[in-house]
Design a protein around this ligand. Structure first.
Ligand code: FAD
Length: 431
């Protein structure tokens, strides 16, 4: 008779580890299965870890965890080919406890986090691929792995297997994702001397900075680039919706080369040595793409449930929160001896009532809107750059004359009405 667990968690990313940690802490017999050589070995992230949601699982984790730098500044660049409008916020309150966010390298961080779950009593087995869920009488009762005699049983299974959750799909929880529901991101980790990083990004020792890159970073296609500071490396990446890549016949590594050599980015990364190259999908369909997240004896968390707020590049925080809430529902289900869909549905209710559900709802139409109307990235960002260039060029033209010229450059009355309508629409989908 194969061993039976209270719960099997598939996937040791932030969602699965948070879930396993909380379950083990509550005395639930939990098995965490990971296909990679170790947790984090297959995981990709730009690298911003949100302190609050991590502390909801492990208070003061940053005293022990392999975090890279506390982020004290967030910058944004609206880029054209040879210019950029730059803005952001720097606050030294973020350099002190309790901090705001941290950059992390997932290969190190996930390993540490999974170790903490193991310390609580979770059983972690790496290099094990879950091939399917075992379903009996309409209820998930375990998983089939790729190991010999690989059937494992549990009262409840948590699917934390990431963006392309084949397991959730095989249960009929979602269909194949469309190219406008997922982004493909590529990134490089670039080695650079610690002191050089601090000088280039205007940072005090140990502090960190993030820069989000819009507009020409993606050749005007809906998407973003990012440049984050780690201890002695930089994370540089770029991603667009798959639909954009297909439409513009773009190769992901070409886009990464393009952004790396962009004149607004090059000075930051010059001389840095590539250490790692990574590529991964990001679920960006938001609220409308969410699959069913609860079934008989099964819950879906993190990217597998499409929990990403693409506008604010938040994913790991939603993953950890969903993992924690799933664990809370399972602890209650165990006490009640009821792992039915109806009982476990409290997980979905809690998730949707909190910041995860609220933020996904708030931005539910944003990705589709900006995908449908490409002029925001293609035309308006270059237009804003030209206006700034004109306004700040001191050439003897009066400021009023400059304003008139900028206004004329917006085009005919009809074109101006179109811009005003687009701005209103953008406000509506973001408000
Ligand atoms: P994952 O981290 O993908 O973990 C899934 C795990 O399941 C993996 O370890 C995988 O190996 C394992 N697995 C999959 N299938 C199986 C199987 N069949 N059997 C066993 N194991 C399996 N989020 C942020 O918060 N901040 C950022 O700065 C940020 N930047 C990003 C940059 C990039 C380039 C990308 C791609 C994503 C970024 N995200 C960011 C999103 C964030 O990485 C994800 O939202 C988060 O990792 C989701 O966690 P997860 O645990 O749900 O899934």
């Amino acid at each position: 008779m194969p061993e039976k667990f209270d719960c099997i968690v598939v996937g040791a990313g932030p969602a699965g580890i948070a879930c396993a940690y909380e379950l083990a802490k509550a005395g639930v017999k939990v098995l965490l299965l990971e296909r990679g050589e170790y947790p984090g070995s297959k995981n990709v992230m730009g690298g911003v870890l949100y302190r609050q949601m991590m502390e909801d699982v492990i208070p003061e984790f940053y005293k022990d965890a392999p975090v890279e730098r506390p982020i004290v500044e967030q910058r944004f660049m609206m880029m054209d080919k040879e210019s950029a409008i730059t803005f952001g916020y720097k606050g030294l309150e973020w350099a002190r406890e309790p901090y705001n966010n941290f950059t992390v390298l997932r290969a190190k961080f996930d390993q540490w986090f999974a170790g903490k779950a193991v310390e609580q009593g979770a059983l972690l087995i790496n290099e094990t691929v879950v091939l399917s869920c075992i379903v009996e009488n309409g209820k998930v009762v375990g998983v089939q792995t790729d190991r010999p005699d690989g059937q494992l049983y549990a009262d409840v299974v948590v699917l934390a297997d990431g963006v392309n959750s084949l397991l959730a799909k095989s249960l009929g929880f979602h269909k194949e994702f469309k190219p406008d529901e997922v982004a493909l991101a590529t990134m490089e980790i670039l080695k650079l001397d610690k002191k050089v990083i601090e000088d280039r990004f205007n940072l005090e020792e140990g502090q960190g900075c993030t820069i989000e890159l819009f507009g020409d970073a993606t050749k005007g296609i809906l998407g973003t680039g990012f440049l984050y500071t780690n201890k002695d490396t930089l994370s540089l990446g770029v991603g667009t919706l798959l639909s954009g890549m297909i439409k513009h016949k773009l190769k992901p590594h070409h886009l990464l080369d393009y952004v790396k050599n962009h004149p607004m980015v090059r000075p930051y990364v010059q001389g840095a040595e590539p250490q790692e190259y990574l590529a991964h999908l990001i679920p960006e369909g938001g609220y409308h793409s969410m699959p069913k997240v609860v079934g008989e004896g099964v819950l879906v968390v993190g990217d597998a449930a499409q929990l990403v707020n693409a506008i604010h590049r938040e994913g790991s925080n939603m993953a950890m929160t969903s993992g924690r809430l799933a664990a809370a529902a399972i602890v209650e289900a165990k006490a009640a001896g009821d792992f039915s869909e109806a009982f476990l549905d409290r997980y979905r209710k809690e998730l949707m009532a909190g910041f995860v559900g609220q933020d996904l709802k708030k931005y539910k139409d944003s990705t589709h809107h900006f995908d449908k109307f490409p002029q925001y990235f293609e035309q308006y960002i270059p237009m804003m750059n030209r206006a700034m260039s004109q306004m700040f060029t001191v050439d003897g033209t009066s400021k009023r004359e400059k304003q008139k010229k900028i206004w004329r450059d917006l085009g005919s009355a009809k074109e101006k009405v179109k811009i005003a309508r687009d701005m209103y629409r953008a406000w509506k989908v973001m408000k």
